[in-house]
Write a protein that binds this ligand. Structure first.
Ligand SMILES: Nc1ncnc2c1ncn2[C@@H]1O[C@H](COP(=O)(O)OP(=O)(O)OP(=O)(O)O)[C@@H](O)[C@H]1O
Length: 335
């Protein structure tokens, strides 16, 4: 298989010692899924190292859920190669499912169960298990142990989803939009929890529409558009693949007119008491700006360059690819 070492903060990787090849937890190559004429996945390839937190990003309809469901073993692929923890999810059966945890966007629960009863019930399905009350505490539902599911708020239900995904002590956790509907503090707690899981050496594959979440949690992100991976790398490193614009900002002294400035590679926009320009060539813009200022002995207050955020990069990437929310359609009905 052509999967080499992959990035991320995998445990057990030594720096300066003997070379350690990361263990690949997830390997996906040329994955295709056709629903009739719709190509939901159209040659998707990526790999995730053991111990890595990997985020799949992409617009609605890009194919993320389809990919994750194939990896979970819940959906059949049309073609391509998939290996997760050494198993083919399509044939791994119970043995495979016991080693993974799945947190769905909307799991259906029996509303009459209490939190503790439900977690205990799910725990019964796994050979490796965590202590019921520990898991409930871990997801911050300690105060709701004996509450019936029907009385939980939307955010509390999502935390219960998390508890059910964790109770089998999985090596790999699939998190589908884990914090949708969470209030800001519940979101922070969920992030802390994912970080705890990483510290425990778990591999996490998450999908999210929140760029700050991916930036905060993921070792690497993969951007999927129309069923293909169009960019992949560390959240602060994929900018180079998008050539998203940096922002150069500064203030001019009183009496200096903005009209006299050289071309900085983009339109100047007033920002509070100062000015900013967005440019893909921040080095050149800075050179022209500071050269101009030095020649005139002008001091530029608050001069700063801000690199593009993951959101800027993401929007640039999916904008360049176009047609979000639409999978490509083929002429023939292959499924
Ligand atoms: N069971 C199905 N039958 C037919 N088409 C489907 C089916 N499931 C998904 N699709 C189509 O496949 C494409 C990918 O859908 P998918 O749900 O995987 O996207 P997604 O990236 O998870 O989107 P979102 O961010 O909205 O959850 C879409 O065009 C969708 O309409």
């Amino acid at each position: 298989m052509p999967f080499g070492p992959v990035g991320g903060r995998a445990p057990g990787r030594s720096v300066g010692g003997p070379e350690v090849i990361d263990v690949v937890a997830i390997a996906v190559e040329e994955l295709r899924k056709h629903y009739g004429p719709v190509r939901a996945l159209d040659g998707l390839s990526f790999s995730v190292a053991a111990g890595e937190v990997f985020a799949l990003l992409g617009p609605n309809g890009a194919g993320k859920t389809t990919a994750v469901e194939i990896l979970e073993g819940h959906r059949r692929r049309t073609s391509g190669h998939v290996r997760v923890l050494g198993y083919d999810p399509a044939t791994g059966g119970r043995e495979y499912r016991e080693r993974i945890g799945i947190v769905l966007q909307e799991a259906g629960f029996d509303e009459a169960f209490t939190v503790r009863e439900l977690v205990r019930f799910y725990r019964g399905g796994y050979p490796r298990r965590l202590v019921v009350d520990d898991v409930i505490d871990l997801v911050g539902l300690g105060g709701k142990r004996d509450a019936r599911v029907q009385t939980l708020s939307g955010g509390q239900r999502r935390r219960l989803d998390l508890a059910l995904g964790l109770v089998g002590d999985p090596e790999l956790l699939f998190l589908d939009e884990p914090t949708t509907g969470f209030d800001p503090s519940a979101r922070r707690r969920a992030w802390d929890l994912v970080e705890t899981l990483r510290d425990l050496g778990k591999t996490v594959l998450l999908t999210t529409h929140y760029m700050d979440e991916a930036e905060h949690l993921a070792d690497r992100v993969g951007v999927v558009v129309a069923g293909r991976l169009i960019a992949c790398g560390a959240p602060d490193g994929i900018g180079g693949q998008a050539r998203a614009s940096s922002e150069v900002a500064f203030r001019l002294p009183d009496g200096v007119a903005v009209a006299g400035l050289p071309d900085l590679g983009g339109p100047l926009v007033a920002q509070g008491a100062g000015w900013q320009v967005r440019t893909r060539e921040p080095t050149a813009a800075l050179h022209r700006l500071t050269g101009w200022a030095l020649e005139r002995r002008i001091v530029l207050a608050d001069l700063r360059v801000t690199r593009p955020s993951l959101e800027d990069v993401y929007l640039e990437l999916i904008g360049a690819e176009g047609t979000p929310d639409e999978a490509p359609v083929v002429g023939t009905g292959v499924s």
